[in-house]
Design a protein around this ligand. Structure first.
Ligand SMILES: [Zn+2]
Length: 100
């Protein structure tokens, strides 16, 4: 018996299809924001070419062919894909507006 065909990553780290993944990612961002595992996007960010470091949002490396977002004013430097950043910022705003 082989279960290799149906093997899936529980953490979603190996998601390689882009369709459906965005919704998944949004759910993850929302959950992590509400659990305090991801800081709210606030303040200034810079965008530049990726350096191969992992994105804080989706945890995939940001290739030099992609745009990397770097956030200032946080204790550690946070970087994210342009698209992930947009999603993250959106969810940050939504959370902040709805809570308190
Ligand atoms: Zn990302």
């Amino acid at each position: 018996m082989s279960c290799e065909l149906r093997r899936r990553s529980r953490l979603g780290v190996m998601i390689d299809k882009s369709l459906g993944a965005a919704d998944d990612l949004r759910r993850q961002v929302r959950a992590r924001l509400s659990e305090g595992r991801l800081p709210f996007v606030d303040g200034v960010s810079k965008s530049h070419r990726g350096t191969g470091r992992p994105c804080i949002v989706c945890r995939r490396a940001i290739d030099p062919t992609e745009v990397e977002r770097e956030l200032d004013g946080v204790v550690v430097v946070l970087i994210a894909h342009e698209a992930c950043y947009a999603l993250w910022r959106e969810e940050s705003k939504t959370r902040r507006d709805s809570s308190i």
